[in-house]
Structure formats: C-alpha cells, structure tokens
Design a protein around this ligand. Structure first.
Ligand code: HAM
Length: 433
C-alpha cells in the first residue's frame, strides 16, 4: 500500500487541521456579522447540473461517473448550482433577500500546481433576491472583512472589480460585433499573461479580429481605477449608463471605508459562464499566488436551473491559496497545548487515584492525559514536557498517606502539595488566574 494520498488530495495532520479550523472559524464568525445563515447540500449531484450552467472550464475538470442506478453523477466542483437548485425548490417559502453561506469541500480534476488541488474547501456567501448594487457591495465588503479578520490589509490583498455589462458596452462601442464578444472576453481575461509577440500575432490574424480591435482590447485592459473608467465611459450616455451599477457598488464600498482595497480593472472576466454583471476577484498584492476569492452577479442562473426569476450574487473563497498567504505573512495562530494537566503516578497502587482524579478534572472541562502503560515517573514527566502542558500532578504513596497530591506548575517552576479533594478547584483557579 502507498502511504500517500491521491495526487491533489490532502491529509490533514493535526497541525494542518488546526489551520483549517482557524480558517473555518474566522469564515463563520465574519459571515455571522453580516447576518448570513449556514446551509449545506449533497457532495454528489446530477452531472447535468454542471454541464449546462458552469461553463467549459469546470466541466472539463469534473469528477463524474455512472452510479449503480445508471445515473450520470458528479462530485460537486462548485457550490453555486447546488445553491440555485436548493433556493429554486423552495423559492416561494424563503424570505428575501436570502443571505446564506456554506463551507463545502469541492472536487475538480485539475492539473495539480501551486494553489490548485483536486479538492479544496470554499467559503461561499451568496445574496439572493436582491438586484441592487448595495447587494454587490455587501458581498465584496464581507470578503474584505474576512481577510481583515485574518490580519491582512490593503498592502496584502487587492480586490479587482469589474462589470461584464460595462465591458461588453465598451467592446461594442469599439466595434466588436456580438459574434466576437466571447472571444474578446477570453482575450481580455488572458491579456495580462500574453507576451507582446502573442498580442502582435493576434493582431495579424484577421480571422480573430481586425488589428485595430486588438489594440482596443489592449486599451481597455489598461483601464485602472474608477476615475479612469468613468472618463472612458463619458464618451456616450449609453456607456455611462452601463457603469451606473459599478459606480454605486464602488461608492458604497468607499462609504464603508473599504475603497483602499479595491481596484477597478476590466481584465477580471471570470471563467464561469453564468455571471451577468459585477464580477470580482481577490489576489495577494504581490500577485505571486493565484486568486484567493472570486465571485459576482448571476441574475439568470436560478431561472436556468429551476425556472425561478430571482437576482443573485455571491463569491467563493478557497482555503488553499488563503492558507499559503497566511503562512507567508506569518498569520498562523500559534499551536497551543492540547492538554492542561498531565497526571503522573509513582506506584501501581497510585493509578486508581489518578483515574478518579483525572475523571473529576475532565468533568470540570480540564484537559487531562496520563501514561496508559505504567512506567518510571521520570519518563512520564518527559512525556508531559513534550505535550507542552502547564501542570503536572504527581500521585505517590507519601502524599497519598496524607490525602495530598503534588502539583507542579511547569510554567513558573513552583510546586506544592495540596489536599487531594481540592485538585479540580485549585487547577481551575490557577488556569483562570
Ligand atoms: P471560482 O473562481 O471557481 O468560483 O473559485 C473561487 C475560489 O476557490 C478561487 O479563487 C480559488 O481560491 C478557489 N479554488 C478554485 N478552484 C480551486 C482548486 N482547484 N484548488 C484550490 N482552490 C481552488 C466559484 O467556484 C464560484 N462558484 C464562486 C461563486 C459563489 N460565485 C457566486 N457565488
């Protein structure tokens, strides 16, 4: 048997799980501040939930198979279609706007690389039943506040904000025909990563676009910041109208004091097919890692999945890239001791007293360990040391004869004998003191 997990899958040893728990707790506590309720759905879904809605990239990465009942199924690669399905099923009953979050484990058969695995956990926050820009601002603020709660500031992480409606109007204004729109999106999405020769190559291929169009795409991709975009949109009233939703989203974030995290940048297109309006991604400021978070508005998905017309927006934040960034920034919580008291015994006759006392302590919510195999007291204390424990309690024949036990505070080095029946109170008092 191999001792390694499958490629792209992780073993969570206790130290790894401690980081994951820290991430999940922070996610939950910030989502709660925004009034979001937690939900979950099944990890296995009908294959066609994704083939029709998610777009080619994710469909190419599906873990899918035929189950024993001859159903075509897939492990969930993302949460949004499940959410759309669940909300559509009970749309009449649910109070709008729906503010829900979830922390699903997701599966994508990707080429394993830094920041990309075949499973990951993703905080999903979605707001359903609200079409206005304040909804988009609320979600972006939530994503930023999650990162702030991890100790990250605007010098560490940047939100790149766009709106597909603005991009398509600008492309239209520069003469891109409807038939060329999705190709233009694809190029804009990749333009930062293209070298000059590749851009020249595109310009020289009339089957793709006229050379002038390629230089328009380059121009559009260089727009940075709301003011810059606003001046581009001033060329026509139709253009400037298309920017209204993005402008209000940005201004709301400004009023919240969060604009210093946000860069308006039309090269954020997003790979998923269902987005219809504002889209955003969060990156580390040095741009050495992949996206930490991505999301946007998807006003047509609930209709496509369940025939319910409800506007929606949301984001997903993965644990993999976030974990890498937290490690890089030294924002990992220190691993604390997992026990408070180590109980040692000198003779075999002391052991029943250890069991009684240990159990009393555990009932009082104190974390306790003792040696399961009788061994020399020196060896037991070595084990206590390796556990980074605060107190060692020693039960021995001499103390027992006096109804006492010995407590050593391993932090201060002090030790004293106390009445056996006051152990739990003494330990609790010292732990709180
Ligand atoms: P996504 O951009 O595919 O969006 O994923 C969101 C985040 O999940 C990414 O920015 C990344 O941090 C993480 N992620 C994605 N794939 C992997 C992977 N293979 N390994 C590690 N991390 C990964 C969505 O999934 C949308 N459904 C989000 C959404 C929710 N949109 C609206 N509501």
């Amino acid at each position: 048997m191999q001792t390694q997990a499958l490629p792209g899958f992780r073993d969570f040893y206790p130290a790894d799980l401690a980081l994951r728990t820290h991430i999940f707790q922070t996610w939950r506590s910030v989502a709660a501040r925004y009034g979001f309720e937690e939900y979950d759905g099944p990890p296995l879904e009908p294959l066609d939930l994704y083939t029709a809605k998610s777009g080619d990239e994710i469909v190419g990465q599906l873990y899918n198979f035929t189950d024993k009942g001859d159903r075509q199924v897939a492990l969930r690669p993302e949460m949004t279609p499940t959410l759309a399905r669940m909300v559509a099923a009970q749309a009449g009953k649910l109070r709008k706007p729906i503010r829900w979050f979830s922390i699903p484990q997701l599966f994508r058969y990707e080429r394993q690389q830094r920041g990309r695995l075949r499973e990951h956990f993703q905080l999903n926050c979605d707001l359903i039943g609200e079409a206005g820009p304040l909804g988009d601002a609320e979600l972006i603020a939530l994503a930023i506040d999650v990162l702030r709660a991890f100790g990250l500031g605007p010098g560490d992480v940047r939100v790149r904000l766009s709106d597909r409606r603005v991009l398509s109007k600008l492309l239209q204004h520069r003469g891109v025909p409807p038939s060329g729109m999705s190709r233009a999106y694809e190029i804009i999405d990749k333009i930062e990563r293209l070298r000059k020769e590749q851009i020249d190559e595109l310009s020289s291929r009339p089957d793709v676009f006229a050379p002038a169009t390629v230089s328009d795409l380059v121009d559009i991709s260089r727009i940075r910041g709301w003011d810059h975009l606003e001046s581009e949109l001033a060329h026509s009233s139709e253009l400037s109208k298309s920017g209204g939703h993005l402008k209000e989203t940005y201004e709301s974030l400004s009023a919240m004091g969060l604009a210093e995290f946000v860069d308006v940048d039309l090269t954020i297109v997003r790979g998923l097919a269902y987005y219809t309006g504002v889209v955003f991604e969060v990156f580390d400021a040095r741009r050495t890692l992949r996206a930490i978070c991505g999301g946007g508005r998807y006003d047509d998905l609930l209709d496509a999945v369940g025939g319910v017309q409800l506007p929606a927006a949301g984001f997903g934040m993965g644990d993999v890239v976030l974990g890498e960034l937290l490690r890089e920034k030294g924002q990992i919580p220190p691993g604390g001791a997992s026990i408070d008291v180590f109980m040692a015994y000198i003779t075999r006759e002391d052991l029943p007293h250890v069991l009684t006392l240990a159990h009393q302590l555990r009932d009082a919510a104190v974390r306790v360990e003792y040696a399961l195999t009788p061994q020399a007291v020196g060896k037991q204390l070595k084990l206590a040391d390796s556990r980074n424990v605060r107190f060692a309690v020693v039960v021995g024949p001499d103390e027992r004869a006096r109804d006492e036990i010995l407590i050593k505070d391993l932090r201060s080095g002090s030790q004293e004998s106390i009445p056996m029946n006051s152990l739990a109170n003494t330990i609790k008092a010292r732990m709180n003191g």
